[in-house]
Design a binder for this molecule. Structure first.
Ligand SMILES: C[S@@+](CC[C@H](N)C(=O)[O-])C[C@H]1O[C@@H](n2cnc3c(N)ncnc32)[C@H](O)[C@@H]1O
Length: 333
């Protein structure tokens, strides 16, 4: 088979792997193997499934490098499977669960999204993503953790590339479970901060800040960034917020930031600026996830410049990072 033909065939069957790894994650197979290898019969009893299908699932996964069958019918963790453990500090399990459940169904409606410009998520579940999460606390908590799985490693790269020393108070708008701000505050001990997000989400951030011993330097505030954002901070951080929304919705959010930000303040939008050309670029795929799930888009430099100008900001510079994202800095005009 030609390489190109092989590549296309792999794309066609990619969803098989999404579901295989999802089922292993959902059943907590990696966690059940944390103390050492186990037979399929033993594992199947522990997770309440049938031994035959479980063996076929794990054999298939081992063939693509996740888990390893040592003795026949006996499986163990390998380096890839370690990341499926829920207690791994860089666990990918929340991301695997999120993409295998509701998001998987939404992706099945990509054709609908391309035909109508509307999200597959709303087509399937009858309401927008963040409304749905408000009524599904377990999935909402998993979503927060999935954001850390997928975007968490960006924080160190942002801190290396962008100098936070001039700031005194930073608000993380749509800051989720607070993991980004926790890392920023740990590095910059003179900074204080605030996590702003929907009320049910900041509750989780508050617990995380307490666990990180940062509650004395960081508040939380619940609210909607379509109505108002906290005033008087000197840096407004919006990581992977603007890409969730279309231009009209993004305009409303940026207008709220514009009303709250002091004249000396800086707006830092963390996204990947879509480059021209055909080179591989994760953001061009994430862009399709934005189409299908929340209804947003990834943008080019020109699109960010225009969006910011319409909301009363001037884009001052784009600082690239080694984490695959850019810091798009803007000031109020
Ligand atoms: C894609 S996640 C990004 C989370 C985090 N900034 C990060 O980089 O991992 C989008 C965040 O926006 C929050 N959000 C959605 N709608 C919101 C609203 N109306 N007001 C405030 N936050 C909202 C979500 O709860 C979620 O935490």
């Amino acid at each position: 088979m030609s390489n190109e033909r092989e590549r296309l065939s792999q794309m066609a069957t990619g969803a098989w792997l999404t579901q295989m790894v999802y089922v292993a994650a959902k059943l907590e197979i990696a966690d059940h193997l944390a103390k050492g290898s186990r037979t399929v019969t033993d594992l199947a009893a522990a997770v309440n499934v049938q031994a035959g299908p479980l063996h076929r699932l794990l054999r298939g996964l081992a063939s693509v490098g996740v888990f390893v069958e040592g003795e026949p019918q006996q499986f163990a963790l390998n380096p890839a499977a370690e990341f499926l453990r829920d207690d791994h500090p860089q666990s990918v399990r929340p991301l695997v669960i999120m993409t295998g459940e509701t998001q998987y169904e939404a992706w099945a409606d990509l054709l609908h999204s391309v035909q109508t410009g509307k999200t597959g998520f709303e087509h399937r579940f009858g309401r927008p993503l963040f409304d749905y999460l408000g009524d599904h606390p377990d999935q909402a908590a998993m979503f927060d953790r999935a954001m850390t799985s997928i975007h968490g490693r960006e924080t160190a790269a942002i801190l290396d590339a962008y100098d936070f020393r001039p700031f005194r108070r930073v608000v993380d708008v749509g800051g989720g479970n607070g993991s980004q701000l926790i890392e920023i505050l740990r590095k910059h001990r003179n900074l204080s901060g605030m996590v702003f997000d929907l009320p049910h989400v900041v509750e989780r951030a508050r617990v995380a800040l307490q666990a990180a011993n940062l509650a004395n330097r960081c508040d939380t505030r619940g609210g909607s960034f379509f109505e108002a954002v906290p005033a008087g901070c000197d840096a407004y951080l919006l990581r992977h917020i603007i890409h969730d929304w279309d231009d009209a919705q993004s305009h409303t959010i940026l207008k709220c930031v514009r009303q709250a930000i002091p004249q000396h303040g800086k707006l830092l939008i963390i996204e990947t600026v879509i480059p021209p050309g055909n080179d591989p670029c994760f953001a061009k795929l994430l862009d399709i996830a934005m189409l299908v799930i929340p209804g947003g888009l990834e943008r080019t430099h020109e699109q960010y410049t225009a969006l910011l100008a319409e909301a009363g900001f001037q884009l001052t510079r784009v600082v690239p990072t080694t984490g695959g994202v850019d810091v798009i800095e803007a000031v109020p005009v």
